[in-house]
Design a protein around this ligand. Sequence first.
Ligand code: PEP
Ligand code: MG
Length: 659
Amino acid sequence: MERSTIVRVHEGLHARPATRFVKLAKGFESDVELVKDGKAVSAKSSVKLMLLAVKENQEVTVRANGADAIEAIEALIGYLENPKAGLEDEDHQPTGDTGPKPEVKPATESAPASPGAATGLRGVAASEGFAIGPAFAHFPPDIAGQGRVLQAEEIAGEIDRFRTAVAAVQVRMDHALAQDSLSAGDRGIVAALRDIAADDSLTGEAESLIRGGNDAISAVITAASTIAADFSAVDDHYLNARADDVHAVGRQICLVLLGQDDVSLENIPQGAILIADDIGAWDLARAPLKRIGGVICGHGGATSHIAIIARSHGIPAVLGLGDQVNALRTAREVALDGNNGHVIIDPDEATRADFAGRVEAAAKERAGLTVFKTVTPKLADGRIIKVAANIGSLEEIEAAQEAGAMGIGLFRTELLFMRHMHLPSEDMQAETYAALAKAFSPYPVIVRTLDIGGDKPIVGIEFPDEENPFLGWRGIRMCLDRPDIFKRQLRALLRAAVHGNIKVMLPMVSDIGEVRQTRVLVDECAAELKAEGVPHAAFDLGVMIETPAAVLIAPALAREVAFFSIGTNDLTQYIMAADRLNPTVAKLNDVTNPAVMSAIEMTAKAGVAAGIMVGMCGEAAGRPDLIATFVRMGLTELSMSPASIQRAKKAIMAMAAEG
Ligand code: PEP
Ligand code: MG
């Protein structure tokens, strides 16, 4: 017996909804399956359900076989269609789906350099803010399988041992969930881990390996790796991040099997910087977070639970340092800059004083700026200057909204391409861009087409070895040579434009032909979508002005596009011929150099003369000392990291007050 329906569960069957669905399904004797796109999985396993990656508004079928099949289908379809109805709130917690929304910048984003940065390390800026404190190295030993082949008569005993260990881990997690001290966000994260520990997928896989003669520890490690690999392969970044959770649960089971306690974070001193290769969300959520001054990890990225926890507790974090983290094992003191991913080992006196000052000043400033969140900055003549956000993932939407962003002035699509093991599908891209458009409607959302080159390779695109990747096959150049990739993105953008105010901008433009060729592709995509009967809408096409060539042809470009957005990060490096990532030429990499300022002015003049919008999305847009100059040049949109928005609004209001 089966029935199909459209899923109305917000954001689909992610962690908590999947668990609720499983709980409902387990209440029936019948075998119950959920079917999507011809693939059927047991509705009684939350891991399998999550891996089916069911999204909101997708069609699924519930199939049941048994005495209470009708009731099962009724209840499960009821949940899918109206998830809020009739649910007791089991854990008194939010969904735990996404946790607090992160504010993440790719590590390549330029920001004013921290002193001493040149001598330090660089990772992913995962949670903003500055910190300095004693180093607390946390490197628990790796757990290795015993690699023992069990005798037939040992197997039953080993399975018992394994089941006892799983039960002990579940009890521990239940106990942690019962603590009042756990915040709502962390509770959701621990609950998601408990669900994995309680799920048949991990335990079933491990048990079958033990039956095959593997010792319990080897079996848990192998089973966790297999399931983690399944999570990593799904076309969904939330599910990709669940791979870490599976490993964390596997580790807890192994520790119980070994009769060992995990190395504790309990004794971390006040204000210490926690340094680790990896920290399980389970460990971090239980740690005395108020005492942790900052977090530095070899592993982790934008959507890992460590990043989410750090952001939600306002703990600056630099993640994804890779093997470089080993250099910190013996550090005594560490300074970190979560705004641009810098880590400084044993800082000198000047750096220490500077960081201490930054930490204090940041706290004071944050408190004083919140009144600007809802302000719409206007000049004395009534003109509105839009202050928008630069973001690179959907998780940052809330941070941008919280800051008071008037739309998105730069959505960097690189992360979408970089964090998967394959190129993102058109559907996935369309969903992502549509979610963005809906979140900020009626404000515009400017999506930048893929801006990637050989310095940041991604799976699925072969980049040639280049002497000078910054002058090479990147951005619009690569996209026009790979219409298969580019058209997929343009089609997704046309589809998303139905849902809000999407604008599209092209990076690294240096020739007018690049705009014209793009228009031909956009028209082709629109014609294809029309023929296929797929809803789509036109979008404004603009260009980033970030090459000297674009500045010099700005008057001609302005006749062909709907807007300019000045990318000062690249424009500065190309005008000054000074690599933006090379600290030895950092002095030249200065946006206030008259050469760069006059390039900005020329661009603004050309845009204003043609009557198109001129904005800026490079880091300079958020500099309070430069904002008045840019506005006087004619810029009407400034887009920046969410953390800079309120400060920028204040600077514009100050201009208005001066008249
Ligand atoms: C720029 O170059 O100014 C810009 C905003 O783009 P990115 O930093 O992503 O190169
Ligand atoms: Mg750029």
